[in-house]
Design a protein around this ligand. Sequence first.
Ligand SMILES: Nc1ncnc2c1ncn2[C@@H]1O[C@H](COP(=O)(O)OP(=O)(O)OP(=O)(O)O)[C@@H](O)[C@H]1O
Length: 269
Amino acid sequence: MNDATPPLLSAEQLTVGVGSGGSHKTLCSRLDWQVAPGQFWCVLGRNGIGKTTLLHTLAGLKRPAGGRVLIAGRDIQATSAQQLARLRGLLAQQQADAFSSSVLAAVVAGRHPYQFGFGWDMEDDRALAMQALDQVRMAAFSTHDVMRLSGGERQRVALATLLVQDPLLFMLDEPTAHQDAAAQIVVMELLHKVANALQPQKAVIAACHDINLVARYASHVLLLGDGQAWQGPTGSILQPEILQAAFGCSFEVVENGARRLFMPVASVL
Ligand SMILES: Nc1ncnc2c1ncn2[C@@H]1O[C@H](COP(=O)(O)OP(=O)(O)OP(=O)(O)O)[C@@H](O)[C@H]1O
């Protein structure tokens, strides 16, 4: 990123809360954060700390309680739905299918931001969708009914839909949560590849729970704790004392060649 290029995403003094009246809870307070093209950020933190709520606010689905979110230099709340669909895409934690459709049709739907009138080239879109299904190892399921997929299969199909949507900023809520060990690697390698693509340069933000996958693939970490947040390059944030402060659990670090593995040892709460 040179000085003239705005970050893909900026949070300025961002405050995020849930509930109202007596049950209002502030989850994140006055966060300043920037995501530049080429970066792969993982958002970490214990259950209920506010990762999903923050992602939804950053994606423009929820209004902040304070501050603002800029996407490619524009206020996200003042950006049209069509522009937003090209700038950012969000993979939700779960997919809710209201009706049966083929896996291929569900992925082609990701091309919607690029389809105008009745004249779009469905063949090109189908070819892109098949390519994306191949990348998530789901090509053999293209004619299957989305309502009959397993949880992990459905999430990988949703990731293929996001790939064909092809936004500048990929936002994902626990993309590896339903995946087996091999599929977790497939998903994280894909996201790493997305963040490292050139022309146009993209960025990835993913809420995650697996610290070791984060250590291996993310370039940067935003770690949410009670009343504070740590952010920076992955190696500087994934430190046992910082993890203990955020998770209330001690960690043992195992050095394995160039890799560091983090083993949760004991709750300190
Ligand atoms: N609509 C709502 N009204 C009130 N509280 C809510 C609402 N939505 C979420 N919350 C609360 O806000 C907190 C943050 O929830 P959120 O889903 O953002 O956490 P998370 O960090 O993504 O958790 P997890 O790791 O378990 O997925 C939780 O305590 C949750 O119960």
